[in-house]
Design a protein around this ligand. Structure first.
Ligand code: AP5
Length: 214
């Protein structure tokens, strides 16, 4: 099962990708998580990525493509994977298609989680992310058991730097300009699956499972 998650920032891609990865026992590969881990570890890649992320801009394609193409060739990806946050531009999608076609393979599902911009701004302000394991919560829709403490690892929960309102609007603009065209790209490949991301997150998940198992 080779799945790509599409959708605006804050549409719920990460939330759903984790649930799908658990259900089907496939790795969840989030480029945002990879960059945040590199920032935390103080690597050169992290320093470079941070320059763009803090401004709500995309990290250049050349820093992303090889990283993902290498990752999906690892052993744990043999039975599939779910890509969350990649591809995000047409050149990234083409790099993925090319890498897969070399091994006679292709993306099987591109799941587009649809949420209007006005819901997004509200969601991002309420998101809290764990500094330890990266788990995400929402103060209203998915609160932790103890305020600002991760249920899974007990570390502190924070508002991500790029979830501040001024950066969220920039990320939405970048999404419409550079990432939304991927919906057409994967529609033409015949693999697009659309879900309404405005309903309860468990209902979104049930709808995705129905599409994957149809
Ligand atoms: P990344 O981490 O990928 O951020 P994003 O795509 O902007 O997506 P988010 O993680 O913000 O949101 P999400 O859709 O996963 O939503 P979530 O499930 O958390 O990337 C960050 C940055 O890294 C980019 O801006 C860019 O700079 C860089 N980058 C990453 N990949 C790159 C690439 N390929 N190329 C170039 N640059 C790249 O949900 C959001 C909130 O809503 C949570 O609080 C959640 O609990 C809540 N929620 C979820 N579902 C629901 C629901 N159904 N109802 C109510 N609340 C819900």
């Amino acid at each position: 099962m080779k799945i790509v998650m599409l959708g605006a920032p804050g549409a719920g891609k990460g939330t759903q990708a984790k649930m799908i990865a658990d259900k089907y026992s496939i790795p969840h590969i989030s480029t945002g998580d990879i960059f945040r881990a590199n920032i935390k570890e103080g690597t050169p890649l992290g320093a470079k990525a941070k320059e763009y992320m803090d401004k709500g801009l995309l990290v250049p394609d050349e820093l992303v493509c090889d990283l993902v193409v290498d990752r999906i060739q690892q052993d744990d990806c043999k039975n599939g994977y779910i890509l969350d946050g990649f591809p995000r531009t047409i050149p990234q999608a083409e790099a993925l298609t090319d890498a897969l076609s070399k091994i006679s393979d292709k993306v099987e599902y591109a799941i587009n989680v649809e949420v209007p911009d006005e819901n997004i701004v509200n969601r991002m302000g309420g998101r809290r992310a764990c500094v330890g394991c990266g788990a995400t919560y929402h103060v209203k829709y998915n609160p932790p058991k103890v305020e600002d403490v991760c249920d899974k690892c007990g570390e502190k929960l924070i508002l991500r730097d790029d979830d501040k309102p001024e950066t969220v609007q920039k990320r939405l603009d970048v999404y419409h300009e550079q990432t939304q065209p991927l919906i057409d790209y994967y529609t033409k490949q015949g693999v697009i699956a659309e879900v309404d991301g405005t309903v309860d997150m468990n209902e979104v998940f049930d709808n995705i499972v129905k599409l994957l198992e149809a």
